[in-house]
Design a protein around this ligand. Structure first.
Ligand code: AQP
Length: 346
């Protein structure tokens, strides 16, 4: 595999209730990646409509996710920030990848099974095809690294399968047209840290999720200090004090989750947290967690609210980012069309 220029890509859906899992598993890590790589961060509105979205609500959610990116510390002058539907190459490449990906591969995707539920016949074709569009999002930029939460691992594997099959199927044209052995990189998922999978505050065996009907299951990025305090205090726990070592969190999903959240908010490891709080009762630990969460999330929530009050500014950031994104994606798509054998205007 030839060396590809390091490029980071990731996205968040504008589907409401951005929560601590989205922040710790993804957005906080997007911010950190800016120091070492060129980064492209996308509000994936084409993905959002795989489930019904009220149009006016979708518009405001696109701006809210953008506000969250900026409030968390993504610098739109350094990184590219845009919404997916403004760059047509995502949908165009997705179609070509639809003809590369195999039905059997998509049939294995667990997120489709979870989201479609029992009424699979009534799910949109887009929901089924979601992972192919995700592969196109990443590979339109030939991105080498994708920071995501653990729930996206299977989709990233599919992205690698699609890249590999495209590189093999078109190996002759890729070489003839001067791209060497491979046109697409085998993108590396960046999944890790103590909050790769933040769990519901009501049930430590279920993922914290935007669509959970209970608002007490998650901390939203826009929650104020009182809401954060109430949710943490009501979070489900067990009856034992915290263990002294991380191994003691095995089979204690709620304790493991709260310690992982504390660790991720504090840029620490579970071991370091337990060095300070091992043996503590949950009442004391939850108090410290409330203080930490309010200190870290309060300024982000306040800045998000300020930014959404200026939609003109947000829309200019998205337009500028879309133009810069398209400047990378358009030549890549032109090369893909040549490789596939299409005739195109020059
Ligand atoms: N609980 C989580 N822990 C860690 N990371 C998470 N992510 C989502 N939930 C957690 C990561 O956040 C990024 C953006 O996610 P998304 O908006 O694209 O969609 P999602 O994964 O479908 O988010 P939700 O909250 O789980 O929504 P619903 O309820 O609709 O299913 C991704 O990197 C994701 O891994």
């Amino acid at each position: 595999m030839p060396a590809f220029k390091e490029l980071v890509f990731s996205g968040v859906q504008p589907t409401g209730n951005l929560h601590l899992g989205n922040y710790l598993g993804a957005i906080k890590r997007f911010v950190a990646m800016q120091a070492r790589s060129e980064c492209i961060y996308c509000v994936v509105d084409l993905h959002a409509i795989t489930l019904w979205q009220e149009p006016a609500e979708l518009t405001s959610q696109i701006r809210e996710v953008t506000a969250a990116f900026l409030a968390a510390g993504i610098d739109p002058a350094r990184s590219i920030v845009f919404n997916q539907s403004q760059v047509p190459q995502h949908a165009e490449l997705a179609w070509i990848f639809n003809c590369v990906a195999r039905l059997g591969w998509l049939n294995r995707m667990t997120q489709f099974k979870e989201k479609a539920g029992k009424d699979r016949e009534n799910a949109s074709v887009g929901l089924y095809d979601y992972p192919v569009l995700m592969a196109a999002d990443i590979l339109a930029y030939r991105a080498t690294h994708v920071p995501v939460g653990e729930d996206q691992k299977q989709h990233l594997e599919l992205t690698r399968d699609i890249a590999q099959k495209f590189n093999n199927d078109f190996a002759g044209a890729i070489a003839e047209q001067g791209h060497g052995e491979a046109f697409f990189p085998l993108t590396e998922p960046l999944i890790g840290g103590p909050a790769a999978r933040v769990m519901s505050l009501r049930d430590g065996t279920r993922k914290m999720s935007k669509s959970d009907p209970s608002d007490y299951s998650r901390i939203n990025l826009t929650d104020d200090a009182d809401a954060i305090a109430q949710k943490v205090r009501k979070a489900k726990t067990d009856a034992e004090p915290l263990p002294a070592e991380a191994a003691g969190l095995d089979r204690r999903p709620e304790a493991d989750n709260l310690v992982g959240i504390f660790a991720a908010l504090n840029d620490a490891t579970r071991e370091e947290v337990l060095r300070d709080y091992g043996g503590a009762q949950f009442s004391a630990f939850k108090g410290a967690l409330v203080d930490l969460a309010v200190a870290k999330l309060g300024p982000i929530g306040a800045e998000m609210k300020r930014l959404v009050g200026d939609p003109g500014h947000i829309d200019r950031v998205l337009a500028d980012g879309a133009a810069r994104a398209e400047a990378i994606a358009a030549p890549n798509l032109a090369a893909v069309k040549d490789i596939v054998g299409f005739v195109r205007r020059r």
